[in-house]
Ligand binder design. Sequence first.
Ligand code: GAL
Length: 334
Amino acid sequence: MKVFNGLNKFFNYNFIVFLLLFISIPDVKGEINGNKKIINGTELYDTNGHVINAHGGGFLKIGNYYYWVGENRKNGVFVSCYRSTDLINWEFRGDLLTRQSHPELDKANIERPKVIYNDKTKQFVMWMHYEYGRDYSYARAAVAYSSDIEKPFTFLKNFRPFGNMSRDCTLFKDTDSVAYFISSARENYDMCVYKLTDDYLDAKEYITTLWPGGHREAPALLKRDKYYFMMTSGCTGWEPNQAKYAYAKSIIGPWSELINIGDSTTFNSQSTFILPIEGKTKTSYLYVGDRWDGKKYFNSTYIFLPIEFTNDTSMKLNWTDKISPDMTTGELVK
Ligand code: GAL
């Protein structure tokens, strides 16, 4: 009887350990890596199990890697860098800009960093919204650069392009390698477009003011076939509002009127980037937005939604809880 009890205990113990391992390992991995899908509006974790801090961010594809560069805001870090091959498992790669990077950053606030690569100078160039002190009255742009997207950037300067205020912003590198900086000016009433110098380190030309008095911010651009598209939000601070888009055959314009997209709160998010995913079957476009928590910034999450085109100039944004990009085909599986 004793022998039988012993065997029984041994069997039970091992069986329970086996069961726990079997059940818990994939679960824990799934939790850390977002369950093989991006789950919208939840905390996302990097491969070390830390919450991803990369708000107001931008993306850049280098080889097989997608790099995600965005606002960190923790422990004096302004901008952090992550990379992934599937947009689900993100490796933390380093802090690109911190309070210590430059004396002009000691009391700064950095928002909406975006990075593009300059093929001639072989530098990664970052543009961002720069504030100094607690409020948003500085309203400047800033520029930094690095020869390695994973290594600290050199902070170059902060300034008002052509004397204009500059808050929410984005960068866009066109297929001919000409790059543009687009930012909200005149207390966010206007959206200004600037052409960059060949090294991307300065604004060479003021091009145009889009929708003067339109009060738009959070610009995000994409180019598809013959058309450029720009998504923007209204100006309600951390509160979400109705996103609108416009299209044009040239960045210089003329741009169409503003057209509503998504629902009245853009599914409780604000645009930060539109990420093209070029697969063998198709190129898809992924809307990336921030679901801000204005009271507790670090409770803010991310929203990734497929953009659907109904014709050359009409795009749609529909809600999905989860999304899984197929990096081979380019399909966005909901
Ligand atoms: C938003 C803007 C954010 C941040 C926030 C502060 O409108 O897009 O980047 O500046 O206001 O209230």
